[in-house]
Design a protein around this ligand. Structure first.
Ligand code: SAT
Ligand code: MN
Length: 586
C-alpha cells in the first residue's frame, strides 16, 4: 500500500474495474523476483534454459500473433486532434476511455494485479521521472525489473510528492481485435490491453519514456528521443559523447556497444544507453543526456561475437529471452549467432524446426538484460547530471540516396536532416518489412504529439544556445546494383565515428556539398580495411537527380503537416534545390 493518496485511489479504482483476485505491490526485491520466476516456471510462462551455459536465463514464448509493436492500434488521445498530428492515430479522449475501459471490465478476474512503481533515469538525478504500471502479467513485472528501477525506492520518490505517469496494462485475451495501446498525455496516462509484447506492454519504455515524455519535454524545454548514447574514448583518454537516433532494429544496440577494429589501438567505446535518451540543456549551454532505462531490450537475430561481442558477453546470464529458438541442450539460438545451425532445434513456437515454417527464431526475437552487465557499460551511465553530448547522429536503413555520412551545416539544417530521415520498415513493428517510409528523428512511432510542433520545438533550441551538438546523418545500409551492402558496418563504423569526433574537435577536414559537409575518402582513417576506391566514391557521392527527387518526396510529406510545419524546413528544401541546380520551389 502507499501513503500517496492519488496512487492509492487509482489502484482502488482500477481494481474495481478489472476485478483481480489479488493485488501485489512490487518491492523489486530478489525474493519477490524468485517467487515470481518460480510461479512462471510452474505455469509454463517461462522455460528454464541450460543452467551450466546460461545461468539464471529463461525463455518466454509469446502468443504467435503477439510478437511486435502494433502501430495501427496505438493511439494518442488529446482533446484537440491537431495536437496529436497526422503522425499519430487519434481518438477523442472520452471515446478512447470508453473503448478501452469496456475491455478492462473484469479482465483481471482470477489473476493477480501487480502494482509496479518505477523510476526512469538514475537515482538522484533531477532529470529522472517516476511512473506506476499496473499489470496482470508477471512476465511484464520480470521485464520491467530489468528495464527500469522498480520497487521501494521508486515508490518513496512518488511518496515524496513527485509526479508520476500512470500506466494500466492487461494482456486481456491476446486477441488482436481487442488490442489497443492508448496514450492520454494531458492526463499523464497510458492504457494498454491485449498484448504482452515489449513496446506494447513494458509501459515505462516507449509509452512513457518516449510518447508521454516527448509531450512533457515540449512544455518543459527538453527532448525525449529514440537515441542510443555512447562515449568515444581516444588514445589520449578524452571521451566524446554522442547520441544517435535510428529506427527500431537498425543497429542501435550494436553501435552503442561497438568494439573498434584492430587498427584502432587505444580507442574504446563506452555504452551509456541503447534506445532512449532524455536531453536537457545545461547551464553551460550544452545538451546533457541521461538514459532513462536500466536494461537492454534488444533484437537477438544477427547478434554474434562478430557483430556485437560486448552484447554476447552481456547475455548468457540473468537474461530473459523472448521468441528465440532453443537447442537440444536448452541453449538459446537464433539466426546469425556464431557457429553452425545445430540439429534438433525447437523453433520460437516450440515446434521441431523446419525451414518451411520460416526462421527458427522470430525475426523480432528479443533479449532483456541489465545494462550493468555490459562490459562496455560507461562509468558515467548513472551520473545524475548525465553526459554532455558533442554530436547527434541521425540514420536510417536506406539502400540508396543517403551517403555514408554527412554533417549538417548548422542547427537548423541539422533539424531538417533529422526531419528528413527515411528508413525501410523492420520486424520490430507488425506489418510489411522493407518498405521505405518517412521516419523523422526515428520517432515516427514514438512522438506523442504533432511532428510540426515537434520540429518547431527542436528548432527553438537554436536560439537558446551556441553550444549545441553538431548534427550528422549516417547510412550503414547502402547497397550496390547487385544488392550487396557496400559498407562493412559493425566495428568498422568506428571509422565514421572517428571522423565525427574529430569534426567536433575542429580537427578533421570536410568538403561542402548542397546536402551537407562530407569527408573526402582521404579524410577517413580506413587503415586495415579493404573497401575499393569505387565503392568509397559511391558511398560518398551525392547524385543531384536522386536528391532532387528526394526533395520532392519530402516536400509532399512536409505538406501533410499544414500550418504546423515550421517554414524553416521548407526553406531548407528551397536552398538545397537551388544548390543542386534544380528547379525552385513552386
Ligand atoms: O518493442 S520495443 O518498442 O520496445 C523495441 C523497438 O521497437 O524499438
Ligand atoms: Mn527502440
Amino acid at each position: 500500500m502507499t501513503k500517496c493518496l492519488e496512487l492509492a485511489a487509482w489502484v482502488e479504482e482500477t481494481a474495481l474495474l478489472t476485478k483481480p483476485a489479488h493485488i501485489h505491490w512490487c518491492d523489486g526485491s530478489d525474493h519477490e523476483n524468485a517467487l515470481l520466476t518460480a510461479s512462471m516456471l510452474a505455469d509454463g510462462t517461462l522455460l528454464r534454459l541450460n543452467e551450466q551455459t546460461h545461468p539464471n536465463c529463461y525463455l518466454h514464448r509469446s502468443a504467435p500473433n503477439d510478437v511486435a509493436r502494433v502501430e495501427h492500434l496505438t493511439f494518442v488521445c488529446t482533446a484537440n486532434k491537431e495536437d496529436a498530428g497526422p503522425n499519430n492515430n487519434w481518438l477523442e479522449p472520452a471515446a478512447g476511455h470508453g473503448i478501452i475501459d469496456a475491455l478492462y471490465a473484469g479482465c483481471m478476474r482470477g489473476r493477480t494485479m501487480y502494482v509496479i512503481p518505477y523510476l526512469m533515469g538514475p537515482y538522484g538525478s533531477p532529470y529522472s521521472r517516476a511512473g506506476v504500471e499496473i499489470t496482470d502479467s508477471p512476465y511484464v513485472v520480470a521485464n520491467m525489473r530489468i528495464m527500469a528501477r522498480i520497487g521501494t525506492r521508486a515508490l518513496a520518490h512518488i511518496e515524496a510528492g513527485n509526479s508520476f505517469v500512470k500506466g494500466l496494462h492487461s494482456t486481456g485475451d491476446l486477441d488482436p481485435a481487442r488490442r489497443y495501446i492508448m496514450h492520454f498525455p494531458e492526463q499523464l496516462l497510458i492504457k494498454s490491453i491485449g498484448s504482452g509484447y515489449g513496446g506494447n506492454a513494458l509501459l515505462g519504455k516507449k509509452c512513457h519514456a518516449l510518447r508521454i515524455a516527448s509531450w512533457q519535454a515540449r512544455t518543459e524545454g527538453w527532448l525525449a528521443e529514440h537515441m542510443l548514447i555512447l562515449g568515444i574514448e581516444d588514445p589520449t583518454g578524452r571521451i566524446t559523447y554522442v547520441a544517435a537516433a535510428f529506427p527500431s532494429a537498425c543497429g542501435k544496440t550494436n553501435l552503442a556497444m561497438l568494439v573498434p577494429p584492430a587498427a584502432y589501438a587505444g580507442w574504446k567505446v563506452w555504452t551509456v544507453g541503447d534506445d532512449i535518451t532524455w536531453l536537457h540543456p545545461g547551464e553551460d549551454g550544452r545538451l546533457w543526456a541521461i538514459n532513462p532505462e536500466a536494461g537492454f531490450f534488444g533484437v537477438a537475430p544477427g547478434t554474434s561475437l562478430k557483430t556485437n561481442p560486448n552484447c554476447m558477453q552481456t547475455l548468457g546470464r540473468n537474461t530473459i529471452y523472448t521468441n528465440v529458438a532453443m537447442t537440444a541442450d536448452r541453449q538459446p539460438w537464433w539466426e546469425g549467432i556464431d557457429g553452425d545451425k545445430p540439429a534438433d532445434l525447437l523453433d520460437w513456437q516450440g515446434r521441431p524446426h523446419n525451414v518451411a515454417n520460416g526462421p527458427a527464431a522470430h525475426p523480432n526475437a528479443r533479449f532483456t538484460v541489465a545494462a550493468a552487465q555490459c562490459p562496455s557499460y560507461s562509468h558515467e551511465a548513472d551520473a545524475p547530471q548525465g553526459v554532455p553530448i558533442s554530436a547527434i547522429i541521425f540514420g536510417g536503413r536506406r539502400s540508396s540516396v543517403a551517403p555514408l555520412v554527412l554533417e549538417a551545416l548548422d542547427w537548423e539544417h541539422g533539424v531538417f536532416t533529422g526531419a528528413a530521415v527515411a528508413s525501410e520498415t523492420t520486424a520490430a513493428a507488425a506489418g510489411q518489412v522493407g518498405q521505405i517510409r518517412r521516419d523523422p528523428m526515428a520517432m515516427k512511432p514514438f512522438c506523442g504529439y504533432n511532428f510540426g510542433d515537434y520540429w518547431a520545438h527542436w528548432l527553438s533550441f537554436g536560439a537558446r544556445s551556441a553550444q549545441l551538438p553538431k548534427v550528422f546523418h549516417v547510412n550503414w545500409f547502402r547497397k550496390d546494383a547487385a544488392g550487396h551492402f557496400m559498407w562493412p558496418g559493425y566495428g568498422d563504423n568506428m571509422r565514421v565515428l572517428r571522423w565525427i569526433t574529430e569534426r567536433c574537435a575542429g580537427a578533421a577536414q570536410a568538403r561542402k556539398t548542397p546536402v551537407g559537409l562530407m569527408p573526402r575518402a582521404e579524410d577517413l582513417d580506413l587503415s586495415g580495411l579493404t573497401v575499393s576506391a569505387q565503392t568509397l566514391d559511391a558511398l560518398l557521392a551525392i547524385e543531384p537527380a536522386i536528391w532532387l527527387a528526394e526533395m520532392d518526396d519530402l516536400e509532399t510529406f512536409f505538406a501533410s503537416f499544414g500550418a504546423r510545419l515550421p517554414p524553416a524546413l521548407l526553406q531548407q528544401i528551397v536552398r538545397i534545390r537551388g544548390a543542386l541546380g534544380g528547379r525552385p520551389a513552386a
